[in-house]
Structures are given as C-alpha cells and as structure tokens.
Design a protein around this ligand. Structure first.
Ligand code: ADP
Ligand code: MG
Ligand code: ZN
Length: 496
C-alpha cells in the first residue's frame, strides 16, 4: 500500500535530491559470457544451457572475447578510463536462479571507470559522472505459477529457466549526481534514454526495456537545502520503462520528503515500483561484506593492450544527440521528420538504406509508413522485419525508374516480407512492371470506353473530371500495373 507523500513543489522547497543510477545492459553477443551456449531471448525454457552455465561441478568458464570488446567500447563511449589489467570476482549468494551460488562479476577492478555523460533536459545541460562500467553475468529467471500477479506471493510453485544464466551484462553505475534540483526525475529519464540510444548506436545490445535487456535501478536520497552531507538513499529496482523511471523517482522524492519533514529517518532499502504509481519496500540492503567477494580463480585476468583499445576508440560513434544533428543536416530532414524517425527507432535502418543509394526522403517514407505499419502489426522492431535496407533501396529504385508504382510496390513488399525473393527479381518473374506500352494500353482503353459509355459521353461533352472513372476501369483490368498518366493521355487523345 502507498505511504504518506509530500507535494512535489513543497518537497523541492526544503530538499535537494541526489541521484544514483545503476543500469544493466544485456549484450547481444552470439554466445554467453563464459560458455558457448547461444545468447537468445525467447527460446524454449532451459534449452540454451550447458554444464558451465548450469554451474555443474568441475565445469570451467572461458571469457567471451566479443563481450570484452563491447565492454571496452561502452566504456570509451562513456568517456571512461579503460583498465590495463583487471579481474573477475565472485559475488557469493544463494538464490535458486544462481546455479553456482555465486555470480561472476567485477568488484574493485572494473574494466572501465571514471567517465561522464553530457545531456540536455529542456535546453539545460547536465553532466552525469560515471563511477564505473563493469562486466558480469545475468542470472536465470524464476517463473512463479499460480497467484494473480506473477509474483512469488500467493504462487503455488515456481519454475526456473536457466537460458538467461550467463548472459553477458554490463552494469553502468553513476557517481552520486548532485545539482539536478527539481528536474531530477527528468534527468534520470533523459540519462537512461541517452544510454539506450548510445548502446543502440554502438550496436552492442538490443536495448529493449520491455524485454529486460536494459534495466535500471534508481537510487535517490534527499539533502536538506544547504546541507553538504549525503542523505540515506532508497533503491527502486528494475524500473522497466523510461516513464516509470521518472514516476518512481518523483514518488520516492515525495515519500522521503514526508518522512524527513516529520523528523523521521529514511530506511536504506530496495523498493519495488508498481505501475499503479507507488513504490513498496523490498529487502533491506546487503552490504558488500555479505557477498564475501574474492577474485575468480578460474578465469585469467583481462589485460587489453593499448593498441587494441585505441583501435576500438576509432569505432565509437558520436554521442547520440550529436549524431542526430549530423544525420539531420546530411539528410535535410525537418525537426519533425527527424523526431519521428528517432521515435520509431528508424535512424539505423534509414542510414543503412541511404548507404545503399536510396534518397534519404524515400528511405524515410518506406520505413516510417509501409514498413512501420507492418512492424507494428507483427510486434517487431523495424530492423527485425525480414526485409533488408538493400532490398528497400532496390524497391525505391524500381519506383523511381517508373518500373512499378506505389500500389505494386506494396505488393512487392509483401512478397519480400514473405521471403519470396528480392524486389527486382519479383517484378521480373511475376510480370509486375508498369505497362506503358501504347498498343497494350489502347486495347484496354477501348474496352473501358465501351463499358463506360456514360463517362465517355461526359468527357466528349467537356466534363473532363469523368476521366477518373475510365482510368479506374483500366487500372482495375491491369491489376494496378497500367501507367496511369499514360492511360489518361490515351483517353484524352481518343475522346477529348
Ligand atoms: P548497491 O550495490 O548497494 O546498489 P552501488 O554502488 O552499486 O550500490 O550503487 C549505488 C548507486 O547509488 C550509485 O550510483 C551511487 O553513486 C549512488 N549513491 C550512493 N550513495 C548515495 C546516496 N546517499 N544518495 C544517492 N545516491 C547514492
Ligand atoms: Mg545496486
Ligand atoms: Zn552454457
């Protein structure tokens, strides 16, 4: 149940919020962090497992090189120092989804540390200091069966799916973030959105908050205005949408303000966010000692060479907001066109389509209209549709050359999505090319005139708008393939 909360503006009059954001990112490597199992969301339960990720006695882990590469690239994009030598550590605890009774993580030797992110909220700049980005593995997933909510409370029994166990994770942790004032919840939301875009641009993760490949734990504490000592924080776990991050922090700030204003003390604890709009207490926090961290003896230390790090540095794209502006200028998009493309997650596919020779406006049109509609219907992201940027560029070329019109193009898209072939080949084998050949069209025009005597007479009498009915008849007969401009010309030459 919800607790007493203070009005937000009133809370801001007495307190300054301090944020601490922990973001977990699942990497999209082909295989898991320490074994060769495929790293895939949505497979049949427990099908992607082996002795290593099941934690069977005697099984030995080996580090996934691609995951190290992604970790370093993320660190570089966060303006971090990259460690020249670091180790994994065992974080010991018992939980049914943890096969080994410890999580292989990093503790005091993270691969990346001391960075920052710069972002804007409503035109105001904020600099978010990054404490570290470290590597670890995800745990399995518990599925609670029975009971109304899917939670453990009230469930009849629980099942464990170890497919997720051993998925490579990067945890990005901020230093305490001061000075965001009343905008704290918005800054937190903007920061996570920034990370999502940055990670997508890096190509290292699917960054799907709703599937859990990007998760945020939101810490916040309050300092009485003018104080210099940090207050006690709460940590709201696994807030899984941008909107919820903002709402959960807003709630926590108001809850803590009510406690402090009445002379109480905030409890250091984890909390759960409820979509109905409040948080509730979880467990009280373990301390580092509870985990009995020690260096992982089964893995060799990681020592990336300076040359490799510099090579990777050259692959880091501009920060998302800078990149957006570059693309907008290069493509000549309006503010609105760019924003729509960003919101649809279409920048990557548009860029790839343009790289295949498609004009930017045409690439935008295909991805944001026809293809966005189909992606939406199929509950897929644009880049998951079974059509490639090269195929879209090829389709556009056919339209531009007048080989097909938009109606036929839509049919071609259907066929490509059904896996039936490439656009040019489909147009060829199915004879979908626009008919603009005079002889073929003249016959069809004659038939249309004969079958629509009324309309024909109107045109003869000078009522030119009646031509639409005749063009329509020819288009129907040709199943959309006739060149409409040509048909009009022929009709007018015959009747006008
Ligand atoms: P834990 O393992 O307890 O979650 P972490 O150090 O991983 O601790 O994360 C805590 C997060 O909260 C970090 O982002 C840290 O900078 C931030 N933080 C620490 N103390 C405070 C505080 N008093 N108020 C707000 N944020 C804090
Ligand atoms: Mg934490
Ligand atoms: Zn495995």
């Amino acid at each position: 149940m919800s607790e007493e909360i203070m009005d937000y503006a009133e809370a801001m009059a007495s307190f300054d919020p301090v944020l601490g954001l922990e973001v977990h990112v699942e990497l999209n490597t082909a295989t898991k962090m320490f074994c060769g199992c495929v790293n895939q969301f949505g497979s049949a339960p427990n099908s992607n497992t082996c002795p290593v990720c099941l934690g069977l006695p005697g099984a030995l882990p080996a580090v996934n090189a691609k995951a190290i590469e992604s970790a370093i690239r993320i660190g570089l994009a966060l303006n971090c120092e990259i460690s020249g030598w670091c180790r994994f550590a065992r974080k010991n605890y018992f939980y049914p989804d943890m096969t080994k009774n410890f999580q292989t993580s990093q503790y005091d030797e993270p691969i990346a540390f001391d960075g920052y992110v710069e972002l804007e909220v409503e035109g105001e700049p904020f600099r978010i200091p990054i404490e570290r980005a470290h590597m670890e593995e995800d745990a399995g997933k518990l599925v609670h069966v029975g009971g109304a909510t899917g939670r453990i409370q009230g469930a009849d029994y629980s099942l464990v799916d170890y497919n997720r166990a051993g998925t490579p994770l990067i945890e990005i942790v901020t230093k305490p973030v001061y000075g965001t004032g009343a905008k704290a919840p918005q800054v937190a939301k903007a920061y996570v959105a920034f990370l999502r875009d940055m990670l997508r641009d890096l190509g290292v993760s699917d960054v799907r908050m709703e599937q859990g490949s990007l998760r945020c734990d939101a810490n916040v504490s309050l300092m009485p205005k003018g104080a210099s000592e940090l207050g006690i924080r709460s940590e709201t776990k696994n807030v899984n949408s941008l909107r919820s991050i903002e709402q959960a922090l807003n709630y926590e700030i108001r809850r803590q303000a009510a406690i402090l204003a009445s002379g109480g003390k905030v409890k250091q604890e984890t909390r759960h966010w409820h979509e109905e709009g409040y948080t509730s207490p979880g467990r009280s926090k373990e301390t580092a000692e509870d985990y009995r961290y020690f260096p992982e003896p089964d893995l060799v230390p990681i020592a990336p060479s300076r040359e490799w790090v510099d090579e990777l540095r050259a692959t880091i794209p501009s920060p998302p907001d800078v990149r957006r502006q570059e693309l907008q200028a290069r493509w000549g998009f309006s503010e609105l066109e760019l924003r729509d493309a960003v919101n649809a997650g279409a920048l990557g596919v548009i860029e790839a389509t343009v790289a295949q020779g498609c004009p930017p406006q045409a690439a935008r049109k295909w991805w944001l209209t026809e293809l966005a509609r189909r992606a939406n219907e199929a509950h897929l992201e644009l880049d998951e549709l079974p059509i490639t940027p090269a195929q879209v560029a090829e389709l556009q070329q056919l339209v531009q050359a007048g080989t097909i019109n938009d109606t036929i193009a839509r049919k071609v898209i259907d066929a490509v999505l059904a896996g039936e072939g490439d656009p040019a080949q489909l147009v060829e084998t199915r004879q979908l090319a626009t008919v603009s050949d005079d002889d073929a069209l003249s016959d069809a025009v004659e038939r249309a005139i004969a079958q629509n005597a009324d309309a024909a007479q109107k045109i003869r009498d000078g009522k030119v708008q009646a031509v639409g009915a005749l063009i329509g008849a020819v288009m129907r007969e040709s199943k959309g393939k006739a060149d409409a401009a040509k048909v009009r010309e022929l009709i007018m030459a015959r009747l006008g």
